[in-house]
Design a protein around this ligand. Structure first.
Ligand code: DGJ
Length: 736
């Protein structure tokens, strides 16, 4: 049993592999948090509870009840009753009051993990099972009921949280803040790690010590965003990749969010995560329900690296679904950076012909094939073929590509509408807007009101028409702008603030329909690069385009940051042309290959026009990718270099789960003179086993020496090694 209830203490203990999480029903029927961290024996539970410690004693100290409420560590704190720290719940009742006071009513423990209605969430599998605890709480004054849902993945150090609300009264209640999780820690000695950036430099790592007050990241853009990823970790001040205690939190959601740590007056930390309360409201009429999305909590007692590997294992087994879950993805060539909008059937077939000869397996036709789209200023919403470009139609093109032995993939941006489109002219009210106000254009487009079923149905019928008329085996689902003037022509005034969340639910509904109706189609999510690289999207698509920045050197940071909580096997990564279109930087074709090999791998260039020497490298590059992809998809990932600390080099490893082989990749960003006799320590090997590097099968090295002393760097940049800036090398270690 990973979840136990102690009747006498009225306490709950959730054991996830090496992690314990404890809370209990305390005086006054509140739910008090006890402990989260490394495993502790059951018999220590009673003194750990410490609720007899002043001022945790409301019945003995009723005159200072507010002190009690402002000090006690709570599982799900409510606004208005004297807890002045960040709350998880705030309401507006039918009298216009914002106070809520949830108290314990009952609980149940059961095997498995229920799905969240209409929303993505992790799920239990036979290989990685889960157990669930639901604690029902109620506010007697308003009749608002909240069910706190905890699931424990017993083989992983993972606990998930979400909350289901129900209005059990006959009067309306509005939720104005309904976060998914609150976790209390007895210390302020934490660093907070977040993944931040902008377009073309997503998920760069930031790390800063907590201090008094609130430190938060959020999105209020309607998507999880380029700027802040819905991830945060709290770690020991001295934690590094390999040691120290780390608590990682990731929100399984693709819209507005907040992640916040607050250091309180007593130098403790309260962490909360959930839908961003900014501009959020949800009306619950009598009997209605609302579910707050899932937060995944990972605990590592061996540094940031182990936290990442736990996230990777969980997402690969318990979040990603579909036919490609455990399969190598087809090696694709995408025409975006090759042609942008300037292509036609002949050009695409020329690219496909050359690509197929080299071993590339799929052609992806990106933006510009529909309506009358010659630039980014028209036709979104008109999902019919632009005959001027695709002479002979889509089926003809797809058939020709299939005849070459290649699959065919296509780009859509289903959530958008261009002002210059038949769709907008017919249904201007289908765009998100506030009647009478100017609408803000962004990339020359508006956002469709996905809270409306008729809008989703229409878009889906157009997409279906395309999919049913040609052999399409891959879709890139793009989303290229954020939301503004958030209003819906279909919602009453008292429900307008629900649109942010209803929009996200609409997106999930359509992605769900698409992946159910077309299970064989490989879906890749994308949002102006990597603005929706989040677990919500991973539930629908086993891969997500990491960034519009395809420069191999910039990708080192982006991919390193992304790997903090997302598996490399889900990172869309392509070899693009040089000089790089964003940075004008030239990097060797080989290095571009080694960096793209970390992810799903593909090409994004005009293969008919690149230098012959680069083209000649492609077949061997593809073989190399195929050889190592099983390790990347299923192995354990270890970060060795860190470009955020030293941007002259980077290195990482993928190690087979049985430790029988390991791939080591090294990129020399800046060559350095006279840099001798140095070693790099490998990670994750079996210390007691002997390994050889594939190019020297007779030279055995112990795992212990490779990890504790390190490989001699002469192996990398010695006489036969790599030379110059931006060069790279891979080494393959095999157990004897
Ligand atoms: C943004 C994506 O990230 C690019 O890869 C490309 O698909 C463009 N949109 C097309 O408009």
């Amino acid at each position: 049993m990973s979840i136990t209830y102690n009747e006498k203490e009225r306490s709950f203990k959730l054991r996830a592999n090496n992690t314990d999480y404890m809370f209990k029903v305390i005086n006054g029927e509140y739910l008090g948090h006890v402990y989260y961290g490394r495993k502790v024996p059951d018999e220590d539970m009673d003194w750990l509870l410490r609720f007899d410690e002043s001022p945790f004693t409301p019945e003995k100290n009723n005159r200072d009840r507010a002190v009690y409420l402002d000090t006690t560590p709570f599982e799900y704190p409510c606004f208005g009753i004297g807890d002045y720290r960040e709350s998880a719940l705030k309401i507006l009742d039918s009298d216009g009051m914002s106070t809520c006071d949830l108290r314990y009513v009952s609980h149940r423990i059961f095997d498995g993990k229920p799905a969240l209605e209409g929303m993505p969430a992790t799920f239990a599998t036979e290989k990685s099972p889960a157990q669930t605890l639901e604690v029902t709480m109620k506010d007697a004054h308003t009749g608002l009921e909240a069910v706190l849902v905890y699931s424990v993945f017993e083989n992983l150090d993972v606990i998930t949280r979400s909350v289901r609300f129900k209005n059990t009264s006959d009067k309306p209640i509005k939720l104005t803040r309904a976060l998914s999780a609150c976790v209390e820690f007895d210390t302020d000695k934490f660093d907070m790690i977040t993944l931040n950036g902008s377009w073309a430099r997503e998920r760069h790592i930031e790390r800063a010590p907590l201090h008094h007050g609130k430190q938060s990241i959020d999105s209020c853009r309607g998507e999880s965003s380029h700027q802040n990823n819905p991830f945060a970790a709290l770690c020991d001040r001295n934690a590094d990749e390999d040691m120290g205690e780390v608590f990682g939190f990731n929100f399984v959601y693709s819209g507005n969010f907040v992640a916040q740590a607050e250091v309180t007056q007593h130098k403790k930390t309260r962490f909360v995560m959930g839908i961003n309360p900014l501009d959020f409201e949800w009306l619950l009429d009598a009997g209605e329900t609302f579910t707050a999305p899932e937060v995944v909590m990972v605990h590592s007692d061996e540094g940031i690296g182990k936290m990442s590997r736990i996230f990777h294992d969980l997402y690969r087994e318990n979040l990603i679904r579909g036919e490609y879950k455990d399969k190598r993805r087809p090696i694709l060539i995408n025409n975006w950076e090759a042609t942008y909008f300037d292509f036609n059937t002949d050009k695409l077939i020329d690219i496909a012909k050359e690509a197929s000869k080299l071993g590339i397996e799929m052609l992806v036709m990106d933006d510009g094939w529909f309506g009358h789209r010659d630039y980014d200023n028209s036709s979104l919403g008109d999902w019919f073929v632009y005959e001027k470009k695709l002479q002979g139609g889509l089926k003809h093109l797809v058939d020709e590509v299939n005849k070459l032995g290649m699959k065919f993939g296509i780009w859509f941006e289903p959530e958008m509408v261009s002002p210059d489109s038949d769709l907008y002219r017919a249904h201007p009210d289908w765009a998100i807007q506030i009647k009478g106000r100017d609408m803000t254009l962004c990339r020359e487009q508006y956002v469709l009101d996905y809270s409306r079923k008729e809008v989703r149905d229409y878009v889906y019928s157009m997409i279906k028409n395309i999919l049913d008329n040609a052999n399409i085996e891959y879709i890139k689902w793009d989303m290229n702008r954020q939301l503004t003037e958030v209003g819906s022509a279909a919602l009453p005034p008292e429900r307008q603030r629900e649109l942010w969340h209803r929009y996200v639910l609409g997106v999930y509904d359509l992605m769900g329909r698409l992946t159910t109706d077309y299970p064989h189609i490989l879906l890749e999510n994308c949002s102006g690069g990597g603005a929706r690289f989040d677990p919500g999207m991973l539930y629908f698509s086993p891969q997500i385009w990491c960034s519009d920045d395809t420069d191999a050197i910039e990708r080192l940071k982006i991919q390193h940051g992304t790997s903090i909580c997302y598996p490399c096997s889900a990172m869309g990564a392509h070899i693009s042309d040089c000089p790089n279109h964003l940075l004008n930087r030239n990097t060797p074709f080989k290095t571009r290959g080694h960096v793209a090999m970390v992810g799903t791998f593909g090409y994004e260039l005009d293969v008919t026009r690149i230098p012959q020497e680069d083209r000649d490298m492609i077949p061997a590059q593809i073989e190399e990718f195929k050889k190592y992809n099983p390790l990347v998809r299923t192995g354990e990932h270890f970060r060795i270099g860190n470009m955020f600390e030293d941007n002259t080099w980077d290195a990482w490893m993928f190690v087979a789960n049985d430790k029988s082989e390991a791939l080591f990749e090294f990129v020399q960003v800046m060559a350095r003179p006279n840099y001798r006799s140095r070693r790099i320590k490998l990670k994750g090997l079996d210390p007691d086993a002997y390994y050889y590097e594939e190019s020297e099968p007779d030279k055995l090295m112990s795992g212990a020496a490779l990890m504790n002393a390190g490989i001699n760097c002469a192996k990398i940049w010695g006489v036969d090694g790599i030379k110059g800036d931006y060069s790279s090398k891979i080494l393959h270690f095999v157990r004897k």
